[in-house]
Design a protein around this ligand. Structure first.
Ligand SMILES: CC(C)(COP(=O)(O)OP(=O)(O)OC[C@H]1O[C@@H](n2cnc3c(N)ncnc32)[C@H](O)[C@@H]1OP(=O)(O)O)[C@@H](O)C(=O)NCCC(=O)NCCS
Length: 194
C-alpha cells in the first residue's frame, strides 16, 4: 500500500523538470516541531539522493506489515531507483544526519494532477509531527506547479484520517484493495479546496 504505487506509468515532461528541480530544493532548516521528544530538535529537509536508498528502505521496512504489505518492497525499490531518471521530486527529512522520513510527488500534467508518492515516517518517530511537515512540504510543491488542479493519493484504512486533516476526501474505498485486510482508499484534494 502506498500513496502512489504505479509511478512507472507516469512521467514528467522534460519541460517541467527544471521547474520541479527548482521547487524541490527544500534544503533549508525546518522549524522545530513542537510535539513529543522533538520539541527542541532541529530537522533538515532536502531532496533525495541515491545514497538515501538503504535508509528509505529501512523506513519502509519499519512500517511493514501494518501500513505496507511486504510485497510492496519491490515497488518502492523500483520507485527509488527511478527518481533520478524520472525527475520525481522526493524529499528526505533528517535528524542528526539520519533519514527519518521521506516522501515525494508524481506529476501528471496531462491530467492536471499530482500524486503524493511513498510518504512515510520511521515507525519509531510516528506521532511527532514529521508526517505533517512532510505532507505540507509536498502539498506546497504541488501547488507551485502550474496547471495542477488536484492532488491525489492512495492510502489505507489506517491513515486516511491523517490525510483528511489536510482536506483530502475519499473518492473510492476498495475493501482488501491492497491485500486481504488492507483496504485501498483513493483520496483527492482539489486546489480550490485549500
Ligand atoms: C501517516 C503518517 C505519515 C503520519 O505521520 P506522523 O508523523 O505519525 O503524523 P503527525 O505526528 O504529523 O500527526 C499529525 C496529526 O495527525 C494525526 N494522525 C497521525 N497518524 C494518524 C493516522 N494514522 N490516522 C489518523 N490520524 C493520524 C495525529 O494524531 C495528529 O493529530 P493532531 O494534530 O490532532 O495532534 C505515518 O503514520 C506513517 O508514516 N505511516 C506509515 C506509512 C503510510 O501509511 N503512509 C501513508 C500512505 S503511503
Amino acid at each position: 500500500m502506498c500513496e502512489f504505487a504505479t509511478t512507472r506509468e507516469h512521467d514528467i515532461p522534460r519541460l517541467l523538470r527544471p521547474l520541479l528541480a527548482r521547487n524541490s530544493n527544500w534544503t533549508t532548516q525546518v522549524t522545530p516541531i513542537v510535539r513529543g521528544n522533538f520539541r527542541n530538535e532541529r530537522h533538515n529537509s532536502r531532496p533525495y539522493v541515491a545514497e538515501d536508498f538503504a535508509a528509505c528502505l529501512a523506513i519502509f521496512d519499519s512500517n511493514v506489515p501494518t501500513f505496507f504489505a511486504p510485497e510492496e518492497r519491490a515497488d518502492i525499490c523500483q520507485f527509488l531507483e527511478s527518481i533520478a531518471t524520472e525527475g520525481w521530486p522526493y524529499l528526505v527529512l533528517t535528524r542528526s544526519g539520519s533519514d527519518i522520513a521521506c516522501g515525494g510527488l508524481a506529476v501528471e500534467p496531462e491530467r492536471k494532477r499530482a500524486s503524493l508518492a511513498w510518504g512515510m515516517v520511521d515507525r519509531v518517530f510516528h506521532g511527532q509531527g514529521l508526517g505533517t511537515r512532510l505532507t505540507q512540504a509536498r502539498l506546497a510543491q504541488a501547488r507551485a506547479i502550474p496547471g495542477i488542479a488536484e492532488r491525489i493519493l492512495e492510502t489505507s484504512q489506517h491513515t486516511h484520517g491523517f490525510y483528511e486533516k489536510f482536506g483530502f476526501t475519499a473518492s473510492r474505498v476498495t475493501p482488501d484493495g491492497f491485500e486481504p485486510g488492507l483496504d485501498r482508499w483513493n483520496m483527492t484534494l482539489r486546489l480550490t479546496d485549500t
